[in-house]
Design a binder for this molecule. Structure first.
Ligand SMILES: [Zn+2]
Length: 307
């Protein structure tokens, strides 16, 4: 009687084949997941620049001064006392207050090398939309106080609608006047940029009106600042009203402006920015405590020569 011994050679061949097949299956299934995970981690840890988007600033000891009687505007207005706490933290903790041109030159086009004096500092941008008078009456005194205390100039960006500018300079008006813009600029605090002529939703305009909104805002802001600044330093960048834009708006904005800002509650990861007309900003309203804003600010990265 005889029986067949198992063929060891054949079995090990089969096992090897199975192992290879499992390995291939593993690679096919898990490589893309691994790659996505790595990309996600790189994205999460990419250098960030917080760009905070404020509107009006209300003095809690004098809450009616210059504040528009409109529930949305009131909810957007941030308490001056809280703003001061945030700015004091930033001034004490080595932040670099970017102008729109700083952001563009050093981080978006990267056409300029960051000067060594900024190494170790954390970049941030503070922007104020809608031309509220309180950005003059309630913010300038805070900036002057902190300048004296910390010997540091805090630069803020104003996205202005020249169509709403007040004709006179009385402190109780709702909107800034051209004179206020000139004074704040001369003091070295304001970077004056465009928010469209009349705060219209640009995505809802026909081409003719869209062009006017974009062009007039630039011309009027430059006229207002005549004699104080090079034309190119004023209204070279735009923040879209309501953060609303589309490809048509972008195409026309690009004829007048070098970059465009959204209002989308997202932190800017500048190395991942695909479109310089879609710069992210973080929204600020009265519900955000100073601690919350400071926490947003701490997401900035310290500049190193390895940027
Ligand atoms: Zn606005």
């Amino acid at each position: 009687m005889s029986f067949k011994l198992p063929n060891k050679k054949n079995n090990s061949k089969k096992n090897n084949y199975n192992k290879r097949w499992y390995r291939q299956l593993f690679v096919i299934l898990f490589m893309p997941i691994g790659m996505i995970l790595i990309l996600f981690l790189v994205y999460i840890n990419a250098p960030r620049i917080p760009i905070l988007g404020f509107h009006g600033i209300v003095d809690m000891n004098n809450p009616n001064m210059g504040i528009i009687q409109n529930p949305i505007a009131q909810r957007m207005a941030y308490p001056m006392q809280n703003l001061e706490k945030v700015l004091e933290y930033l001034a004490r903790n080595n932040y670099w207050f970017l102008s729109t041109q700083n952001l563009y030159d050093y981080f978006i086009s990267r056409s300029h090398d960051i000067p060594e004096e900024y190494f170790g500092k954390k970049p941030i941008m503070l922007s104020f939309d809608d031309s509220y008078k309180t950005v003059y009456t309630n913010v300038i005194p805070v900036l002057e106080k902190l300048e004296k205390k910390y010997n540091q100039k805090i630069k803020i960006v104003l996205f202005v609608n020249p169509g709403t500018l007040a004709k006179h300079t009385h402190p109780s008006t709702t909107y800034l006047s051209c004179e206020d813009l000139r004074t704040g600029f001369q003091k070295g605090f304001y970077d004056i940029q465009s928010h469209g002529q009349n705060h219209k939703d640009l995505t809802k305009l026909a081409v003719q009106d869209l062009t006017e909104e974009l062009a007039q805002a630039q011309t009027q802001l430059r006229d207002c600042m005549t004699g104080l600044a090079e034309e190119e330093a004023i209204a070279k960048h735009i923040a879209y009203p309501y953060g609303a834009m589309n490809s048509l708006v972008e195409a026309y904005a690009a004829k007048y402006y070098q970059s465009g800002y959204l209002y989308n509650s997202t932190i800017l990861r500048f190395r991942w920015l695909k479109d310089k007309y879609q710069i992210s900003r973080l929204t600020v309203n009265r519900d955000k405590s100073p601690e919350r804003l400071i926490q947003m600010a701490t997401r900035s990265f310290p500049i190193s020569n390895l940027r």
